[in-house]
Design a protein around this ligand. Structure first.
Ligand code: ATP
Ligand code: MG
Length: 636
């Protein structure tokens, strides 16, 4: 591939789709070859590598045994419990078979769902791999979710077995899980047959008779277990994963087996430039899509060691991640802009304290990467900081710089170009026409079929899949990302925010994201959220909530008003008076989801005195309370 330029590599992926992906399919093992690369007879449903038999666990674990049995596969680091333990591929294989035997003994069969509600512990990885090993479908639910959100997912996925643990830990505090799980099962209509509990000795377990079983005891009984991989059709579902719920009710993304394995294997090579035998470190959580694709499956399919990290970026100090890079010779690292912003508030000396020479690049995804954070990070660690854009639905990047195909510059503020396999289009939202000229704003859409690895459907609801994702572009059936973007003359895209984050001020349509970017350019501002609030006169007005780098700048009411005026002036100058927010208020933190995304819809609801709706994904309720106190003073 070394002589390929990206433009022709990309073109071929679209123009000779089947030829291109048949080649990529060689990156994984097939027990029986596929008959058809892509069956798109029934759009928008794509069936990749139909007729092929494979297994995700085989590709992630077993097939490496011949060459890498004694190489590290899973490196577990918990700064919460002070644990650091590496599992070789051989050890991982053994543990996964034990877990698979336990699940089988609990009645789990091919196609059954297993819900995994766990902290970042190795048993969670064993459980995921054990499920796909026996053809069961896992549904990992982020361990920080409370009973209500867990119950919704139990009802939707209808698991036969739930795997859980007594507790997680966050910033030194034990977060007990068991009572949340018991309450969730009480709230749900569907009842699991069994609950497999891993006891970390952190919190009381109070087992429910006839239902709860102890992992350690069962593991003892299955120490010698040998559970061969169940060969499944390429299109057999491997997992269900619910979207973050930033914009509404979470959707159960259903992923296949063969297409996903091929897409991940190719992405390791072309996007992340990751080599077998190296160490990959993604700081995400198994509860999110990045955790599925780039903590567990991607690195393992690629024969790498993967670091599974339980803890925060700043404990015991802000050097912890870089210490791990040094100690495990990490070559590729993946985190979220939120985490980068957390580190930015710490002493930068921590970023140069360790030997980072092994590291090739730091990748970020999940939310917009603001230029100050990107520049700061790149300078602080002296490595390329590379943005990439994708969704839970797609499972791997839609927009990126594919340095593994052809080295290319990154442009600040842009996640890059359309990734091979994605026929990305910018669409005029009113006419549904394709935008061809540069620098004009449109909806980012993908002409079907979606490439391998993307969602097959919404779990149990084909109609919702078609209605939600493929029916919003006027006049044509096209996948909508529900994100705005522009493309420059070189083909680089810039994300301008979500399509539901657009406000209408006196007939002018404005993206809240553009206003946020303008406000962020004021040196006093660390972070900001802008929402549209109903206004009798103008339809909507923009209201901003800003976190200051130094809260003392708005210590008195007079200071706050002065700063508010300054910030409004910045917006006036950059975007014009129509975009000027009606108010700029100062808060100490912003309401975000547990995955670090701004919950604008909740802020907007509070500003309009409405019920903010489902808040189960909200990280810290006090953030919303601050806003409530500001906009609805107790006297009112
Ligand atoms: P829901 O769909 O339930 O509202 P969500 O969209 O937040 O939740 P995810 O799939 O985790 O759930 O997030 C995908 C979204 O995150 C993208 O559609 C985009 O809005 C945003 N995003 C992801 N990566 C980037 C990036 N590199 N730059 C800008 N935005 C990004
Ligand atoms: Mg989404």
């Amino acid at each position: 591939m070394s002589h390929t330029d990206y433009a022709s590599f990309y073109r071929r992926s679209i123009d000779d789709r089947d030829g291109f992906w048949a080649e990529q399919a060689r990156l994984i093992d097939w027990q029986r070859p596929f008959d058809r690369v892509c069956n798109y007879d029934n759009p928008p449903f794509a069936r990749w590598f139909e007729g092929g038999l494979t297994n995700l666990c085989h590709n992630a674990v077993d097939r490496h045994l011949a060459t890498r049995a004694d190489q590290n596969a899973l490196i577990y680091v918990s700064t919460e419990t002070g644990t650091e333990r590496a599992y070789t591929y051989r050890e991982l294989h053994t543990e996964v078979q034990r877990m698979a035997a336990i699940l089988r003994a609990l009645g789990v069969q091919k196609g059954d769902r297993v819900l995994i509600y766990m902290p970042m512990i190795p048993e969670a990885a064993f459980a995921m791999l054990a499920c796909v090993r026996i053809g069961a479908i896992h549904s990992v639910v982020f361990g920080g979710f409370a009973s209500h959100s867990l119950a919704t997912r139990i009802d939707d996925a209808a698991p036969k077995v739930i795997v859980s643990a007594d507790a997680g830990m966050r910033a030194g505090k034990v977060v007990p899980y068991k009572h949340l799980l018991d309450e969730a099962i009480r709230l749900s209509r569907h009842q699991p047959q069994r609950v497999l509990m891993v006891n970390r000795g952190l919190a009381p377990l109070d087992p429910v008779a006839e239902r709860d079983v102890d992992y350690a005891t069962l593991r003892e009984a299955h120490l010698q277990a040998q559970v061969p991989c169940e060969w499944v059709d390429s299109t057999h579902p491997s997992y269900i994963l619910y979207t973050s719920g930033t914009t509404g009710k979470p959707k159960g993304v259903q992923r296949d087996t063969g297409g996903y394995a091929v897409a991940l294997a190719a992405s390791m090579r072309y996007i992340y430039m990751a080599q077998p035998g190296e160490t990959y470190f993604s700081t995400s959580d198994i509860g999110w899509v990045v955790g599925h694709s780039y903590i567990i499956y991607g690195p393992l399919i690629n024969g790498m060691a993967t670091i599974m990290y339980e803890g925060t970026p700043i404990r015991p100090d802000a050097g912890i991640w870089w210490r791990l890079v040094q100690d495990y010779r990490v070559t590729v690292m993946f985190t979220a802009p939120t985490a980068a912003r957390v580190l930015k508030k710490q002493d930068p000396a921590y970023l140069t304290k360790y030997d980072l020479s092994s590291l090739r690049a730091l990748f970020l995804a999940g939310e917009p990467l603001d230029e100050p954070t990107a520049t700061w990070m790149a300078q602080a660690i002296g490595k390329p900081v590379i943005d990439n854009y994708w969704q839970t639905e797609t499972g791997w990047p839609i927009l990126a710089v594919c340095n593994g195909v052809e080295p290319a510059p990154t442009k600040f503020g842009s996640p890059g170009k359309a990734v091979y396999g994605y026929d990305v289009r910018l669409i005029d939202e009113n006419t549904g026409e394709k935008i061809t000229e540069p620098n004009r704003k449109g909806v980012i859409a993908v002409q079907g079929p979606l490439p391998p690895g993307c969602l097959q459907t919404v779990w149990g609801d084909d109609e919702r899949y078609v209605k939600t994702y493929w029916s919003s572009i006027p006049g044509r059936q096209m996948y909508s990302t529900f994100d705005w973007g522009v493309r420059d003359a070189d083909g680089y895209y810039y994300i301008l925010g979500r399509t539901d984050d657009v406000i209408n001020v006196a007939g002018h349509r404005l993206g809240t994201r553009e206003i946020e970017e303008s406000i962020s350019s004021h040196p006093a501002v660390a972070e900001v959220a802008v929402v549209g609030v109903a206004d009798a006169l103008k339809g909507q007005v923009a209201v901003a909530f800003a976190v200051l780098k130094d809260p003392a700048r708005a210590a008195t009411e007079a200071d706050a008003l002065k700063l508010e005026g300054e910030i409004m002036k910045v917006v006036d100058e950059q975007l014009g008076a129509v975009a000027r927010p009606a108010r700029v208020r100062f808060v100490s933190l912003l309401p975000k989801t547990r995955s670090g995304k701004l919950l604008r819809r909740a802020i907007q609801a509070v500003c309009e005195g409405r019920d903010p709706g489902d808040l189960t994904t909200l990280d810290d309720p006090s953030a919303l309370q601050q806003i409530r106190d500001l906009v609805q003073p107790p006297s009112a």
